[in-house]
Structure formats: C-alpha cells, structure tokens
Ligand binder design. Structure first.
Ligand code: URA
Length: 243
C-alpha cells in the first residue's frame, strides 16, 4: 500500500507543477473516490484510490518502461546541459525521473530500456548476474575465425584486463569489412570496441540487439520508442529473478 500526497500524485502524472495542481485542488476540480477534495496534502493510495480531475480519471503509473532504438549522436544519460539524451527522446513520458538501464556509447545504436525502476536497473547491472548482451558490429581490418576461439576463452584487452568468455559469430566478410555478432556477459567501458581492437579490428558501426532474452523490436525505427509489453517486462524481470 503506497500512499502519496494528492498534489504529488497529480504533479507526477504531469497535470501541472506542484503549485498549479495545488490551485487545481483548491478550486474543487479534483475528486478522490467520488468526493471533492480541497486540501492538497491528503494522502491517496496509488494502488486503489480513484482520482479524477474534472471528472476524468487520472491513473497513476509508478513505474514506466520503454524500449528505445537508440540513434547515434544521443547521450545515454538522464539529462545533460548541452547534449540531447536518450530520456529527452521519450516525448510522451509521464514520469520525470526516467533514466536508461546502462549505457551505450554516443555512436552506438540499438536496444536501450528507459525506466524509473531503480531496483530492476540495479539488479540488471549487477555484474554477478552476467546478463548477456548481443551486438551487431561492422568491423574494419582483421577479424579472422581465430578471434572466435580467442573470445571464447576471454580476451586480454590493451590495458591488461581479461574479459569473460564471449561468443563471436562472423556473419559476412568482404574485402574490407567483417560483420559480426558478439555476445558479452559483462559491461566494461567500450567493451565491444576494445575486444575487437584486441583481436586486430576496428568497430565502425555498433548496434545492440538484445539484453538477456529481451530483443530489440525489429519494427522500431532508429530513434523510435514504445512502452515495453507486459510480456517483455516479465522477460526482463526474469533475467534477475533470484536476485
Ligand atoms: N561496447 C561498446 O564498445 N560500446 C557500446 O556502446 C556498448 C558496448
């Protein structure tokens, strides 16, 4: 049973600033369980109380979960003074406290979940769960079948750290470019780029395709987003069920 102040309830759902919704309440435009309420500080139970503004129900969403197909050039952060962030792209969000689950580099595209569920985020990013993440990359330079074995054993990066075993699949090869799928089980800084570099290549395009069993919706255009379905949320939570 989570109880919050009525004015916070309305402000959280973007009906106005805290002072605007207080005024709204004082003017008798808000009812709770059918009774007009004129004091902004009464507590409402978000799980069962029925709040209406001008007769229209206001449903509280405590947590929001979006799947974003991150475009290049956008920062994986909640907010930034100068740069556009992934949260800025969620234009019809209700909550102001959204953030991305993990980070993708500015020039990386693909699957990013945006939420305000701190507990789930913390669990998904906890190294001990080794949630797999699969990336598609275009690589310039050397990327031979030998790398498959090197990655399988865990590869030593330029700074001497060794990665966990990872799965590499070479999908296509032209004279200059190799297309790969790489699944990693941790989230070191620039991990895919550094692993590829350690094998003699250079990533020139990177896109995340999945996180655990949650896959990027192939119909989502780059830069587009949509709420996670109940099924997808279940899948995501299932990755860290025994946390
Ligand atoms: N590895 C990288 O190098 N960059 C990303 O954005 C994600 C994984």
């Amino acid at each position: 049973m989570a109880q919050i102040r009525l004015d916070k309830y309305l402000a959280d759902m973007q009906l106005g600033t805290r002072s605007e919704v207080k005024e709204m309440i004082r003017r008798g435009r808000v009812s709770v369980n059918g009774s007009l309420i004129k004091s902004p500080d009464i507590k409402v139970d978000i799980s069962c109380d029925r709040v209406e503004k001008d007769g229209t129900p206001v449903i509280y969403s405590e947590y929001e979960y979006y799947m974003l197909n991150k475009p290049q050039g956008v920062l994986s952060a909640a907010r930034d003074k100068k740069a556009k962030t992934v949260v800025d792209l969620i234009s019809d969000k209700k909550r102001k406290d959204l953030f991305p689950i993990g980070r993708l580099d500015k020039d990386t595209e693909g699957l990013l979940v945006i939420t305000n569920d701190g507990e789930l985020t913390h669990k998904l990013l906890t190294p001990k769960f080794h949630v797999p993440k699969t990336y598609y990359a275009k690589v310039e330079g050397e990327m031979s079948e030998d790398a498959v074995g090197l990655f399988k054993d865990g590869i030593v990066l330029a700074d001497g750290t060794k990665t966990l075993p990872a799965q590499l699949e070479i999908m296509a090869k032209t004279e200059d470019i190799t297309e790969i799928l790489l699944t990693i089980y941790e989230g070191k800084f620039h991990q895919v780029k550094r692993m590829v570099e350690a094998a003699g290549g250079k990533v020139i395009y990177l896109k995340r395709l999945s996180m655990g069993r949650l896959e990027l919706d192939a119909t989502l255009k780059t830069g587009d987003y949509r709420p996670l379905t109940d099924e997808e949320l279940k899948i995501l939570k299932g990755e860290v069920q025994n946390a």
